[in-house]
Design a protein around this ligand. Structure first.
Ligand code: FAD
Length: 337
């Protein structure tokens, strides 16, 4: 039997939070998205340094810290970068950051997601209640100061808070990238040497699955399609039509994964670095959800781009010749346009 509609809290309205809210609502659930910034887009919401305000600063009332620089262009070809069923097509192959933001805004408008988002609202505390629900405390941010709101209860929490805000600063002040200041011990996870532990397939802490999930942790992967597939998986699991293994089985899988990393000499801090196995991971997620695997043209485009980037770091955005893959992409995406 599918589960009854759930009331869900999503932390963050970047690419991951937007696609998670879309997939969860598509399943009939009621997501509320908490976003501390004034608008959607997360990383892609650029602010010039003078206007940018570090939300981690003591007494911060305004809300945005940008990790981009003004002239940044994407480092992935736009066609490969976009969501699976919402083409990021037609335009410069490696657009500026403004265009990536416009794409996410268009996604939010197309699927009527903006009304789900509570802007300038930061999640400060998430606690597990004895009945299995989660209590979320948020604070409203604004020019005139901040105010802490009442605890509100949710059936499940989906963490989409990104990992490009906390800086990694060499040796002197080691910070590693994952940070969940609003979670307590009852989340059952710890972050050690940039490993979020334990997580089944980088998403579910076995002990509290599926009522807590993390979307967007993997590194060295194409983020948008990956967070889309993770969102579909989480939505299917929460609805009850996708089954997770037992807690013990998930823990066994986590341990086996760690042993494999160790045997390859892969350091702990690379636990969520998908590197060469990103498409294997994507396709595993797709299979769980009954979704087709990642398109062949996207896989090839990524691989060619990686080679170009390594060979010509200064000019790979302007010298490329995989037009045949763009033609394949156009044909594939015609159904959505
Ligand atoms: P984010 O975009 O970081 O969104 C997280 C959101 O959560 C933010 O809006 C934040 O305000 C909010 N939040 C955090 N904590 C709280 C809280 N406690 N309460 C409420 N809200 C909260 N990807 C590509 O595909 N192509 C590229 O070319 C590319 N280039 C990049 C260049 C740079 C310099 C950087 C930093 C990243 C780049 N990326 C690129 C990766 C990029 O991060 C992803 O594309 C994507 O933006 C990740 O989305 P996300 O939703 O996981 O995280």
């Amino acid at each position: 039997m599918p589960s009854p509609p759930l009331r869900l809290a999503i932390v963050g309205a970047g690419a991951a939070g937007l696609v998670a809210s879309h997939e969860l609502r598509r399943e009939g659930h009621t997501p509320v998205v908490f976003e501390r910034a004034v608008a959607v887009g997360g990383t892609w919401l650029y602010m010039p340094p003078a206007m940018s305000f570090d939300p981690r600063a003591v007494g911060a009332t305004v809300t945005h810290y940008s990790s981009l620089y003004a002239s940044l262009r994407t480092n992935l070809p736009r066609e490969a970068m976009g969501f699976l069923d919402f083409p990021f097509a037609a335009g410069a192959a490696f657009p500026g950051h403004e265009e990536a933001l416009r794409y996410l805004e268009a996604f939010a408008r197309q699927f009527d997601l903006l009304r789900l988002v509570r802007f300038q609202t930061e999640v400060v505390r998430v606690r597990r209640w004895s009945d299995g629900r989660w209590a979320v405390t948020s604070r409203k941010l604004g020019e005139k100061g901040s105010s802490v709101g009442k605890e509100k209860f949710y059936d499940a929490i989906v963490v989409c808070n990104g990992h490009y805000t906390e800086p990694r600063i060499a040796a002197i002040l080691a910070n590693y990238l994952y940070d969940f200041p609003f979670l307590g011990d009852d989340s059952t996870i710890t972050v050690d040497d940039n490993r979020v532990d334990p997580l089944y397939k980088h998403v579910f802490p076995p002990e509290v699955a599926a009522q807590l999930s993390f979307i967007g942790l993997p590194l060295k992967a194409i983020p948008f399609p990956l967070v889309e597939l993770q969102s579909k998986w989480v939505a299917g699991v929460l609805s009850g039509w996708i089954k997770l293994p037992s807690k013990d089985e998930m823990m066994e899988d986590v341990k086996a994964f760690y042993s494999k990393l160790q045997a390859c000499g892969w350091p702990k801090r690379y636990t969520h670095n998908l590197s060469k196995c990103q498409f294997e991971y994507d396709d595993w997620l797709a299979e769980q959800c009954g979704h087709p695997p990642i398109e062949e043209w996207r896989k090839q485009m990524f691989t060619i781009n990686l080679k170009n980037k390594t060979a010509r770091p200064e000019s790979f955005r302007d010298e490329w010749d995989d037009y045949h893959l763009v033609a394949e992409e156009n044909e594939d995406f015609n159904k959505f346009l």
